[in-house]
Design a protein around this ligand. Sequence first.
Ligand SMILES: NC(=O)c1ccc[n+]([C@@H]2O[C@H](COP(=O)([O-])OP(=O)(O)OC[C@H]3O[C@@H](n4cnc5c(N)ncnc54)[C@H](O)[C@@H]3O)[C@@H](O)[C@H]2O)c1
Length: 376
Amino acid sequence: MSNAFRYGVYGVGRIGKVHAAIVQEQGQQIVAIGDDVQAAVDAAQRELDLPSVQTFNDAAAMAQALAGKIDAMIIASHTKDHARHALPFVQAHIPVYLEKPLTDDLGEAFAFVEAIGRNPRQIQIGLQRRYDPALLHTKQLIQSGLIGDIREIRCILRDQYPPPPTYSSRGLIIDMGIHVADEAIFLLDEFPNEVWASVHRTRGYDSPIDEGGDTAFVTFTTASNVLGRLDLSRTHASGYNNETYIIGTRGTIHTGRFAGYPGPIHVELWQSNGKLHPESKTFEMTYLKGSYPEFLPRFDAAYRRAHQQFRADIEAGAPFAVTQNEVLDAQVFVEAAHRSAQHGSRRYRMQRFDDLHQYRAACIANGLMDNEGGAG
Ligand SMILES: NC(=O)c1ccc[n+]([C@@H]2O[C@H](COP(=O)([O-])OP(=O)(O)OC[C@H]3O[C@@H](n4cnc5c(N)ncnc54)[C@H](O)[C@@H]3O)[C@@H](O)[C@H]2O)c1
């Protein structure tokens, strides 16, 4: 890369500061930060050692002031504000790294994609599993055909702790589920056609925010007859847990079995003779000092790769690997699962279309949005 990128960052809570620190360590320059809440800006200025950076409390004003003056934006504000905060930067032709999901509300997510269009060079979404070395190796193993045809996939995401009191979440499935919904679509290369789900309140869970429960099970099927399951919780008392099983007609891949936190990330390919295939590999988490958000050791390498790739793609004029298009699909998936959990685990059908009008109409027909497009 030639010169350092000039970045702005809007939304500087837990993950906003993680992203800012990563790009600083990667030799990039942060020229402006902002947040709706001034106390968050103050804390970020101290923690990131940016005493004289330009600051903002309004995303639209920041976009207007920085148009033509920065190379990229990172947006990591509350989910409910993502689309509203990202739009002025996209309209100012500033490439945006936007945290997941697109919005809290599916109707608003459609409206956002309709406003900016399908061009994959505008926004890279913070679905970092797409850059995670262990999951990329898993994907390669699936593509190699070594496990045959996929019968079943199970993606597990379990936090150890509840979210911080500042956090906002429309529901456990919407907030956590989006990561593994996208992971399942990415690994299968297929969009689900039916989903049913349940959310539970397990014993002894005490959270500063109410998101409808602490544990959820999401079951789904695909047109090619894969059976899938997403397991979500915020109660894994022994540490952050990200695990994926892919069961095929000739073998099984098991990625990330819990082996301590932080600890090794095993990608194990078990063959039909009961033995491990030599393409099995072990990756390492990052061992960090001091205090850090619980998800950081597992995904530090993925965030770093995601930022490097973001800049490389901007410089090359190349499409980003995960954009408004992929996250919209994951959002449709989690909306259906969330609604199912709220309606006695009723089955919801899902269809995806490249054409946004058709896609929106299918979501309305399948009961995922009302006619005005609101998620209800
Ligand atoms: N990709 C990932 O792995 C990942 C991980 C965590 C969060 N996220 C996403 O990032 C977004 C932000 O999540 P987060 O975990 O950073 O939430 P957070 O609660 O730490 O921050 C969100 C907002 O809360 C306020 N806030 C935070 N700390 C504050 C402080 N010290 N003083 C005053 N106000 C404060 C700020 O307005 C901030 O923008 C969400 O959309 C979430 O879904 C993604």
